[in-house]
Design a binder for this molecule. Structure first.
Ligand code: NAD
Length: 247
């Protein structure tokens, strides 16, 4: 395993611009279940019933109740994978993170340049007037929560069937197009357009390194190196290799 971590470390040290694309897998070791792994969220909550914008419009109270029950999202702490990426950024070795996660754990770990491709669950947005408020400023005693204008508040995470926030989309494509190394960490790379980023990077000449215990649709197609290990294990190893190379 260390030999692979060393190769990744070498690639990061010599890259001009490294960008990371992260998915639910990087937060698995923080106790937040992924969507597609066995025992994950999709096993318990049918996405058609809970995670689509149509489902929210049909029955916002039901979707809010699931959100309220999803306590892991509120209590989770960053793990060594998140912390390692934040350190890479501080060392000037990671330009930014494009994350599909809505859990705020990259920012909690200290990463500053985070593109939230699927929005976040820290905020709510009124479906009528568009007002955005921090989640903790609204009462969830009665569901769904309502805005002063009479509209329903929705968590600011992107639901299936909703567009990607345009600024995040534009920034992510721009970063993918101009990086020369993309780290693809903890994503099954099946949810588009996020899954497009490694392809865009590859087409522009970047190398692609995957960190994922499982192979994905990218593996064997555009991935130059896959490290089949947990992110919270291998990212600290990569960091240690980089530090050893620098000393
Ligand atoms: P996914 O559930 O489709 O895939 C998770 C991937 O992570 C899998 O390929 C799995 O093999 C890998 N994985 C599992 N444990 C890992 C670990 N310890 N280290 C590294 N990799 C690991 O997730 P996705 O690709 O992000 O797509 C699902 C969608 O669900 C995304 O759009 C995301 O917005 C959303 N989601 C977010 C969270 C969160 O914010 N933490 C949690 C669940 C789902």
């Amino acid at each position: 395993m260390n030999a692979l971590a060393r190769r990744a470390a070498q690639a990061i040290r010599t890259a001009r611009k490294t960008v990371a694309l992260t998915g639910a897998g990087i937060s698995a070791e923080s106790g937040i279940p992924t969507f597609r792994d066995p025992g994950g969220l999709w096993d318990r909550y049918d996405p058609e019933e809970y995670a689509t914008i149509d489902a929210f419009r049909r029955n916002p109270a039901k979707v809010w109740q699931m959100m309220k029950d999803f306590t892991a999202l509120k209590t989770a702490r960053p793990n060594p994978g998140h912390v390692g990426l934040a350190q890479l950024e501080h060392m000037g070795l990671l330009h930014c993170i494009i994350t599909q996660n809505v859990d705020n754990l990259h920012q909690a770990a200290g990463s500053r340049h985070v593109i939230e491709f699927h929005g976040n669950m820290r905020q709510v947005i009124c479906q009528q007037c568009g007002q955005v408020l921090p989640m903790e400023e609204i009462s969830l005693d009665t569901l769904p929560p309502y805005c002063g204008c009479g509209g329903v508040f929705k968590p600011a995470g992107v639901f299936f069937g909703e567009p990607i926030p345009p600024q995040a989309l534009a920034r992510a494509y721009a970063e993918a197009r101009t990086c020369d190394l993309m780290l693809v960490i903890g994503t099954s790379a099946v949810v588009y357009p996020a899954a497009d980023m490694p392809w865009v990077a590859k087409e522009a000449g970047a190398r692609v390194i995957e960190i994922n215990p499982e192979r994905t649709d990218l593996t064997g197609q555009i991935t130059d190196l896959i490290i089949q290990e947990k992110a919270g294990v291998v990212i600290p190893q990569i960091l240690a290799e980089i530090k050893a190379m620098a000393s």
